[in-house]
Ligand binder design. Structure first.
Ligand code: HEM
Length: 401
């Protein structure tokens, strides 16, 4: 048992039954990102360009070498366009989105939605984002006045909920006053059974579909759909036009580019893709600025200087001119990537160049993002927070980019 990699002469890490190369993931709190970093470090130490591990009994291919990674993610993308996420279209049609569909359906959906995710469209939405983040100022002032500690992740999470509510669902919600919307988002992302359900559904997708298990918790997902129905009706009846993501998707629906289910699915995706990722990034930016006061001072100086040039207004153009801020965010994403590994499934047999190794059709592949970001060969002193890695003159030296 568990001899898949040995039989194919691909370097592997010795597994154990039943968790493979993972420990008991129900009682163990180590994140999967950290596991894949450890796999990366071990294969690198062995001098391997790639290797195999087992997630429970499922063989997973882990590429280490940059050329192989670029090949699989970019050049030979046609063999690796599938993420292989669990989805259950029959019982939850709105869980079919850019993340969960594969192949030709993904390409078609991507072609439809690419025009919505341009910087020009972002610029149009920017004013709404600023308005939605205003209540955070009051929240911060209140904490400062009372001199009480602030839960930063919670604080930026609420601001993110305000922005998603405004841009993707067309509602104004003050999440700092415990809005219903924020509670729904939190329940979907952090709900008690979320982790185990997703683990189970991805490990045994056919059984999960047979048991009618939806990807997202049904009650809260239905509540989000109800909010969208209400907003759509209101806009139709009152002839309201708004510069938001929802409006762009409504226009696509009016032109019959998408149907109502696809419209709802992409608004929900806006939240799924943007909520935790953005809040985690902002949390770590603030954490690193607190730990590195010199960087904090340098960034504050840049922000103040740029604002003076922009009439003291935090406009889209002003933010675009904050180069050091960009470097700080990039270094945060390097050190603390909110998505610490990427996944794909090979859709054809694929031979690794200059080797006799074959990645068979249907093999799960995990790209160890956290491992790459902490590899001292690419990022010397990987545990140090050094935004200068991403200055114009330095970033061209990073082989990953
Ligand atoms: C710091 C914040 C974010 C991070 C770190 C992040 C990271 C990622 C990653 C790693 C992927 C998968 C790439 C792959 O599999 O090759 C992805 C895909 C995606 N993200 Fe984000 N994301 C962020 C914010 C957002 C936001 C705010 C939105 C939407 C409003 C968004 C929408 C998407 C979509 C639609 C996809 C799927 C694209 C496709 O398959 O065509 N992301 N993101």
């Amino acid at each position: 048992m568990l001899t898949y990699w040995k039989r194919r002469n691909i370097p592997y890490l010795e597994p154990s039954i039943p968790f493979g190369n993972f420990e008991n993931s129900i009682t163990n709190t180590k994140s999967h990102g950290l596991y894949f970093k450890e796999f990366y470090d071990k294969f690198k130490k062995m001098g391997a360009k790639c290797g195999g591990i087992y997630a429970y009994v499922v063989p997973v291919f882990v590429p280490i070498d940059l050329e192989i990674i670029k090949l699989l993610l970019v050049k030979d993308f046609q063999h690796f366009h599938t993420r292989g996420f669990y989805t259950n279209e029959r019982d939850q049609p709105v869980s079919v989105n850019l993340f969960t569909v594969d192949g030709e359906r993904w390409r078609l959906l991507r072609t439809k939605f690419t025009p919505v995710f341009t910087s020009a469209k972002m610029k149009i939405m920017y004013e709404l984002m600023v308005a939605a983040s205003k209540t955070m100022e009051d929240h911060l002032r209140e904490h400062a006045r009372k001199k009480v500690p602030l839960d930063v992740k919670d604080c930026v999470g609420r601001m993110t909920a305000n922005i998603i509510g405004s841009c993707a669902f067309g509602i104004e919600c003050n999440s700092y006053n415990d809005s219903k919307f924020h509670k729904i988002l939190k329940a979907i992302v952090l709900g008690g059974t979320a982790y185990i359900r997703i683990l189970f559904c991805n490990a045994l997708p056919d059984l999960a579909r047979f048991l009618k298990i939806p990807l997202l918790p049904a009650k809260e997902t239905n509540q989000l759909c109800d909010i969208l129905d209400e907003t759509l009706n209101y806009r139709k009846e009152s002839n309201v036009l708004r510069n938001d993501f929802l409006q762009l998707v409504i226009e696509m629906k009016d032109k019959e580019i998408v149907n109502l289910t696809e419209l709802k699915a992409q608004c929900i995706l806006f939240f799924l893709a943007g909520f935790e990722t953005s809040a985690t990034t902002m949390t770590f930016v603030l954490f690193e600025l607190a730990c590195n006061q010199n960087i904090q001072h340098k960034l504050r100086k840049e922000i103040n200087e740029v604002l003076v040039q922009h009439d003291n207004k935090m406009t889209y153009e002003a933010i675009a001119n904050m180069k050091y801020l960009d470097m700080v965010i990039l270094e945060t994403l390097r050190k603390h990537p909110p998505v610490p590994f990427l996944n794909r499934v090979s859709v054809n047999d694929f031979q690794i160049p200059d080797s006799d190794m074959i990645v068979e059709k249907g093999t799960k592949i995990m790209f160890p993002v956290l491992g790459l970001h902490h590899d001292p060969e690419y990022f010397p002193e990987p545990n140090s927070f050094i935004p200068e890695r991403f200055s114009d003159e330095n970033k061209s030296k990073i082989p990953l980019l």
